[in-house]
Design a protein around this ligand. Sequence first.
Ligand SMILES: [Zn+2]
Length: 297
Amino acid sequence: MHRLSQESERRRICFWFAIIVLVYNTAQLHSQESLTRPLSESKPHYELSDGVFNQKGDLPIILSAPHGGLREVPGVSERTGSGLKSGPSGFFTGRDSGTEELAHAVSDAVEKRFGKAPYVVISRVHRKFMDPNRPADIAYEDAIIKPIYDHYHATLSTYCREVTDRFQAGVLIDIHGQGTRRDTVFRGTKNGLTVSHLRATFGEAAHHGPKSLFGLLSARGWTVHPSQTSEKEQSGFTGGYIVQSYGNQKASPIDAMQLEFGAEYRVMGRRAKTAEVLADALAEYAAQYLRVVIVKQ
Ligand SMILES: [Zn+2]
């Protein structure tokens, strides 16, 4: 009996000794790994290209789409908007469905129509985590998102500078979706403020009327607002942070327009046609106001 209990005591000690050795070795291994591993990898890590699609172009046309993304960001909670006023121009987490795909389709159609690619910046992240069409202080709530948000704007800013240097003028089309009128596309330029270079250089007819981009789209069958008869932009769709930031810079020759597409223009079966019509109107616009020679017809 006594020998048996001695044996079991010996086994118990051996068992715990083995556990202690195992735990010590594991801890050692981890501390060595953390010395050799870059710091960023010890935190939840997210590649910038997972959050933002960007494409350097060869035309004075820049496409932006901040609200169509579907991707979740691991380890980040959804925004709560605590303390912010809600609504389409305030805190809102609903995505503009189909606009990520539409932006890619417009890029492809422009490349086909012009023979050269436009500049493109598209958010892949769902709006419930980040809203690139808002100033940084209300655009996200988790610090993990900051590099993704900064990347979106740094890229857009770089592209605007590049277009200015290469072409001395350019247009930024900020692509959105609205649920107010299915058959309509609304334009937002802060009633002309974010296209001040266009208006100063070519006059009001370049901004409003048959020779404006919306006039050219109307002639191609789109229902647009402002229309030929009403000149004022629709309240709520007058243009957000992106067009105000990049199209309203003093002495900048970048004109920025927010386009709010109704569902009929961005549902899966219609996107390619929408993109083709927009590319065709942009070709006429670019020939008149950007002095772009279009090689392909
Ligand atoms: Zn939007």
